[in-house]
Design a protein around this ligand. Structure first.
Ligand SMILES: [Zn+2]
Ligand SMILES: [Zn+2]
Ligand SMILES: [Zn+2]
Length: 502
């Protein structure tokens, strides 16, 4: 997918592209990220999963992982493939194993959109490639980056990529950014022209990513204002033709002094001095004064232009170089910004029903959904609580993945559909325990935290100072309930019921 060797180049410059492996999703909280959905579908397909609807399961858990971490999402779908890309697609489909054809991709995308919508994730369809719209949204400041494995993203002008989303102990992702890199959007397009891309699989024969990178860096050193513009002039560039000509017809080198590399000999310089070194006897060993004999003039030209000219020569062997379709595709100009990028809330009932249609039992879905509904509510900056669960009290402080958390008891005796419909799924108790990040919970429910802290303090005062109560663990919350009494439950339930009526 994308530019075959671009990741190799980026990975060879870890610092320049700020490679960070295994970033926990919690580090991305507050960001808005675009998801290149077809990337997810293809990725899973190529892993040869035998189970049906793996793309749905995968999407469900990945999306919840991101939402739980407080990441805002925009799911972006492919539109119609650009004509130039059709050839690649045909080729890829013939390749067989693990690849998805466009129709299959469309069907799966539709299914994914159903799940995204139930989860309250904003869905957009690109006019062309999904990653093109993702990059455009980033360029316009609508998103902070994209979750994609497709290196094309940089060629479309995107700068921040999150790839290899995977579950280790928790969900993590590898992040890359071109923000502090020398590579501009146009430089990436040059890379695509040389190395090949989805529009033009072959690229330039005999030119690898290292050579391309070397050329780009070299032209930058020569202070060429735009490497892409320079490359576009290659075919008719008279100046380069002339230089090429001169190099091919390099004059013979007259005798030079091996000490200063200026015309003459060691012996003649020793007795009469050297004009270039401006001496009347002897000369400067290792002089860095440039010699202007005909041979040296061409040699210096060669040093300055060798890399460019050798790449140019190979590129111009291709009659259609530079391929304007590739450039137009990556220039990313014909996109319109959608007016609204608003995300909704998780519709728990819809999610459970939707997942059931794809063969996932309620047991799989329900506890994940509840967890996410509760967390999503905590991430909302406003006072609005359209939640189905209200916190009753904090049971205890704990840590998860080195993050301070509270184990909180949530009311589930209300009349919401989940409690009605899944009464039998629950254990006998009337509440639901869930771990939430300490700071997050505090920002939304400071009064419950205050109550908990007050209780803890008064308990600490009563307790003999030598024995800290910290290590005490109580899994049975009924007994814990006796030790830390709940804050005024009535007001919480009232607000809960208010929501239910809505
Ligand atoms: Zn000399
Ligand atoms: Zn000299
Ligand atoms: Zn010379």
């Amino acid at each position: 997918m994308g530019i075959p060797r671009l990741w190799e180049m980026i990975k060879s410059k870890k610092e320049e592209f700020q490679e960070t492996l295994g970033v926990p999703l919690s580090d991305l909280s507050g960001k808005t990220l675009a998801i290149d959905v077809s990337g997810w579908i293809v990725e899973l397909q190529s892993q040869n999963h035998k189970a049906p609807n793996m793309h749905i399961r995968n999407l469900f858990f990945r999306t919840l992982g991101l939402l739980n971490a407080g990441v805002n999402l925009v799911a972006v779908f492919d539109g119609t493939a650009p004509d130039s890309k059709r050839a690649t697609l045909i080729k890829r489909n013939k390749g067989g194993a693990g690849n998805v054809d466009r129709q299959q991709l469309r069907d799966k995308s539709k299914e994914c959109a159903e799940v995204f919508k139930c989860l309250g994730v904003c869905c957009l369809t690109s006019s062309g490639e999904g990653e093109a719209l993702c990059a455009f949204l980033e360029q316009k400041g609508k998103v902070d980056g994209c979750i994609t494995s497709d290196s094309d993203y940089f060629c479309y002008g995107g700068k921040n990529v999150y790839r290899n989303l995977r579950k280790e102990k928790m969900f993590v992702v590898d992040s890359y950014s071109s923000v502090h890199s020398d590579y501009t959007h146009d430089d990436f397009i040059v890379f695509a022209l040389m190395i090949g891309n989805d529009c033009d699989m072959k690229g330039t024969e005999g030119i690898g990513w290292k050579k391309t990178d070397e050329m780009i860096q070299h032209l930058k050193q020569l202070k060429v204002p735009s490497v892409l513009k320079r490359v576009l002039t290659w075919r008719d560039n008279q100046k380069l033709n002339a230089i090429d000509n001169k190099i091919e017809n390099k004059p013979k080198k007259d005798s030079h002094c091996k000490h200063c590399d200026h015309p003459g000999t060691v012996v003649s310089h020793k007795s009469k001095g050297c004009t270039e070194c401006d001496t009347s006897s002897d000369c400067n060993r290792n002089s860095n004064i440039r010699c202007d004999c005909p041979w040296h003039v061409v040699k210096y030209l060669e040093e300055d232009y060798k890399t460019e000219l050798s790449v140019r020569r190979k590129a111009l062997e291709k009659p259609d170089f530079p391929n304007s379709e590739v450039i137009n595709e990556f220039r990313n100009l014909d996109k319109t910004i959608p007016k609204y990028l608003e995300s909704g809330s998780i519709d728990a009932k819809a999610v459970i029903d939707c997942m059931a249609r794809f063969g996932y039992t309620e047991d799989v879905t329900i506890s994940s959904v509840i967890h996410s509904v509760i967390l999503q509510d905590l991430w909302k900056k406003t006072d609005e609580t359209n939640q189905m669960f209200s916190p009753i009290r904090i049971i205890r402080e704990c840590t998860e993945n080195r993050v301070k958390c509270y184990l909180v008891e949530w009311d589930k005796t209300g009349t919401c559909f989940i409690n009605q419909r899944y009464k039998n799924h629950w254990t006998s108790s009337d509440s639901y325990e869930i771990k939430v990040e300490l700071q997050l919970f505090k920002s939304k429910y400071p009064e419950i935290v205050k109550h908990f802290e007050d209780q803890k303090q008064s308990k600490d005062k009563k307790a003999p100072p030598k024995k800290p109560t910290k290590g005490k663990r109580n899994k049975d919350h009924d007994s814990v309930g006796q030790s830390t009494s709940a804050p005024p439950k009535k007001s919480l339930l009232e607000s809960f019921n208010k929501v239910e009526k809505k």
